[in-house]
Design a protein around this ligand. Structure first.
Ligand code: SF4
Length: 492
């Protein structure tokens, strides 16, 4: 069997998961790759080919099979070829991994001062800490393979990042890579499916999400409860508490609060606050009814601005641009939807920001200070970022920031919902809000905005932006619907 960098990738991406490795080893079918993953792949390939162009002439090993390409890679290295693209490196696995071969195809071997450095090209912009364990281990694998193949270590393990800077990675002579491959082999050889707690974020981009979540919900796995993280779920499992019902039967708030669950490298008491929340979520899940935790502190006002931003993530856009600032007045007076869009031309980003400030100023002028409702921390983060980037206009941005009301933490502290997550897209369903669009979501908007950015066709751009504006408007409607629903159930 060939062990490769892909095996390491599958262990860690899109999140560290033992079950994914097991399922892949057993040939369990995966869901088709979505538009967002396809877009990321295409961007990665473009980043790589743009970088290749800067290197001038390069040579790619020839051959129809891995072994032929490996033989040709050796020839190219022996001839001191300056730039080798997608070299194939093969070596026997160390004895502790068994009778396997290890295969690695780094992006580049670059000859520098008579020695080869290994350079991989990634979209990632930061590999500090534990952000990308798979990348560090993949480079570790390539470094080990190079040493095995040519009897000398590579002169350096390097990574060309998404912002075109080069990061130097430590060479541990394959230690971390071999540990990861050993884990992959052990997981693939398990006689039975290992238990793996689901997690809303953890599973969100995994091709087995539907499979795992359908089962977890059918089995009422404790991991579906908000507040029960991976370590907590494993702890409960060890205590023979597999299901939500068993949790309710075995614990009350005080016994759960006293339980010691893993927290990082140590054990820590669950604590009263989390225990109360988890038990309430368990009751909500079993009864299907919202549980009240504490009275919410909703701001009282005859009118409210509802606010939502669409923006690009940092790994796709250097500026992390907020390209749509959507606001609308709701309440007694009501008002029009006022989307402030960043234009595609130079200076468009700045114009979008100031148009947003103007839109809010117009509402302040008519109604004075009023709460600005939004869902999640993204809006505040963007306001701070744009204040730094372009500054304020007569103190409007500061006034907006002062009036922000994030409904997400208020909801989380006050209610236990019978849902696995507090994402707006789930909570709005409880509020009875129905969207009109078939396709929508944060990643959907990102893919479509990237499409608009790339297109020179004004008609396509307009059509795409109209769809995103409509999505943003429905986000505002949903936020308002949720707010009204939460107020109504608070009153009962
Ligand atoms: S859906 Fe979640 S639990 Fe299932 S394999 Fe993927 S990451 Fe693991």
């Amino acid at each position: 069997m060939n062990l490769s960098a892909s095996d390491i990738h599958n262990l860690y991406q899109p999140s560290k998961c033992n079950l994914r490795v097991y399922l892949l080893a057993k040939g369990e079918p995966q869901a088709e790759q979505g538009d967002f993953s396809t877009m990321l792949m295409e961007l990665g390939m473009r980043h790589e080919s743009e970088y290749l162009e800067t290197l001038g002439d390069y040579v790619q090993p020839e051959g129809n099979t891995l072994d032929e390409k490996w033989a040709d890679t050796q020839r190219l290295v022996n001839e001191l070829t300056p730039v080798i693209y997608q070299p194939v490196l093969i070596a026997d696995a160390p004895p502790e991994l068994g009778d396997h071969r290890v295969v690695g195809i780094p992006d580049l071997l670059l000859l520098q001062d008579g020695l080869y450095v290994i350079r991989d090209v990634k979209l990632a912009r930061n590999v500090e800490g534990n952000r990308h364990p798979e990348i560090l281990r993949q480079l570790s694998l390539y470094g080990w393979l190079f040493n095995q193949a040519f009897g000398v270590p590579a002169a350096g393990l390097q990574l060309l990042l998404g912002d075109s800077t080069v990061a130097m990675l430590p060479d541990d002579d394959g230690a971390s890579a071999m540990n990861a491959l050993s884990e992959v082999l052990q997981l693939g050889a398990l006689p039975e499916e290992p238990y793996e707690p689901v997690g809303w974020s953890k599973c969100s981009d995994c091709a087995y999400k539907k499979r795992c979540w359908d089962r977890a919900i059918k089995d009422q796995d404790v991991a579906i409860l908000p507040g029960v993280d991976q370590g907590f779920a494993r702890y409960l499992r060890e205590e023979k508490v597999d299901t939500v019902t068993q949790l309710l039967e075995r614990y009350d708030v005080s016994t759960l609060a006293a339980a010691q669950r893993p927290w990082g490298q140590r054990m820590q008491k669950v604590g009263a606050k989390l225990a109360e929340s988890v038990m309430a979520h368990a009751r909500a899940r079993i009864t299907g009814e919202v549980q009240h935790l504490s009275p919410p502190q909703f701001p009282e006002s005859p009118n409210y601005i509802v606010f939502d931003i669409e923006g690009m993530p940092g790994y796709l856009d250097d500026d992390e641009q907020a390209y749509l600032w959507g606001t609308q007045l709701y309440g007694e007076d009501g008002g029009d939807f006022t989307p402030a869009l960043a234009g595609f031309h130079e200076g468009g980003d700045r114009e979008g920001w100031f148009e947003f400030l103007d839109n809010c100023q117009a509402v302040f002028a008519a109604h004075g200070d009023l709460p600005i409702l939004h869902w999640g921390s993204y809006e505040k983060t963007k306001i701070n970022q744009y204040l730094d980037r372009y500054g304020d206009k007569r103190g409007i941005a500061l006034r907006i920031r002062e009036n922000l009301v994030d409904l997400l933490p208020i909801t989380q502290h006050s209610f236990a919902l019978p849902d696995p997550s507090y994402t707006l897209k789930l909570v709005e369903l409880r509020a009875g809000y129905k969207r009109t669009m078939d396709e929508y979501g944060g990643n959907w908007a990102i893919v479509n905005y990237a499409l608009a950015l790339e297109s020179d066709d004004e008609a396509i751009r307009k059509d795409v932006m109209n769809q995103i504006v409509k999505y943003n408007r429905e986000d505002l409607e949903a936020t308002w619907a949720v707010f009204e629903w939460l107020r109504s159930i608070t009153a009962t």
